[in-house]
Design a protein around this ligand. Structure first.
Ligand code: ADP
Ligand code: MG
Length: 279
């Protein structure tokens, strides 16, 4: 007979790891062998059937993905009104906190970091998945050691793509939203590339390309794709790095670079030779 509370009987909950809009993430220790995992806990009691479907979708998508740069899902338990999603425990914290601690990344570190993000994004796109919420809070570092690998997390907003562009709804995080999402136009995979462009810009200088206290004003600037490379911090950044950002932050989604082509860009491919040692 199956256990009535398989999660609680098999795992012991430990410290908090993070918190999102609909979930808390805690460390969980598997009782017999003391293996450590991260568990995303979702209280489903008050959720509408639409929200429940979204959580189903998150689990369905996570089950499809196995990649060294993606946080691995192991198991999902549904108990009474709580859902537990068991993931590999990632111990290096959010990329967000690492950028804040370091202020900004050297070109070489930024290139290696965005390469791994692009590998995870290409893998998703090859499997017809659009992540839709790429940002440093959803990118985790495998450990605290410098050069630790990067893992894409949080498929809470991810969708299964249709053949043609489609309006999947207004979803994402304000500073990372693409012009086509803001314009409520049909969109596709390249919304993730726009967000990669924002992440790469932030990695190199520690502040975002589009920012305004007033959200509507920020959205208007994003829709125009207007951003700058202010002096002096951008003066030491190579033209190749800026070229890649310029190809990601393209307003016309049809002209925006793909994950595959971005991985072939010289600043990624020949990073040891091309990425500056100065910045
Ligand atoms: P939400 O959909 O609520 O934003 P996330 O999946 O992004 O939930 O998780 C929230 C936070 O929990 C993350 O930003 C991260 O700090 C932490 N977290 C998520 N998954 C893991 C994991 N596998 N290992 C360690 N920390 C994690
Ligand atoms: Mg999140």
């Amino acid at each position: 007979m199956s256990e009535p509370h398989p999660f609680s009987s098999q795992y012991k909950l430990d410290k908090d790891l993070g918190k999102g809009a609909f979930s808390v993430v805690k460390k969980a220790i598997q009782k017999p062998n003391k293996h450590e995992y991260a568990v995303k806990i979702i209280n489903t009691r008050k959720l509408t059937s639409r929200d429940l479907q979204k959580h189903e979708r998150e689990a369905r998508i996570c089950r499809m993905l196995q990649h060294e740069n993606i946080v691995q899902l192991h198991h999902v338990f549904q108990e009474d009104h709580v859902r537990y999603m068991i993931f590999d425990l990632i111990t290096g914290g959010e990329l967000f906190d690492d950028i804040v601690a370091r202020e900004f990344y050297s070109e070489k570190d930024a290139s290696k970091c965005i390469q791994q993000i692009l590998e995870s994004v290409k893998y998703c796109h090859d499997r017809r998945i659009i992540h839709r919420d790429l940002k440093p809070e959803n990118l985790l570092l495998a450990s605290k050691t410098p050069g630790a690998s990067v893992k894409l997390a949080d498929f809470g907003l991810a969708v299964e793509a249709m053949d043609a562009r489609h309006y999947y709804g207004f979803a994402g995080t304000p500073g990372y939203l693409s012009p086509e999402v803001l314009n409520k136009q049909p969109y596709s995979y390249t919304v993730d590339i726009w967000a990669c462009g924002v992440v790469l810009y932030i990695l190199l200088v520690g502040y975002p390309p589009f920012w305004d206290d007033n959200q509507q004003r920020m959205f208007n600037v994003i829709k125009k794709g207007k951003f700058e490379y202010p002096s002096p911090e951008w003066d030491t950044v190579t033209a190749d790095a800026k070229d890649l950002i310029n190809k990601m932050l393209v307003v016309d989604q049809a002209k925006r670079i793909s994950a595959k082509d971005a991985l072939d860009h010289t600043w990624i491919k020949n990073c040891d030779r091309v990425a500056s040692m100065v910045h």
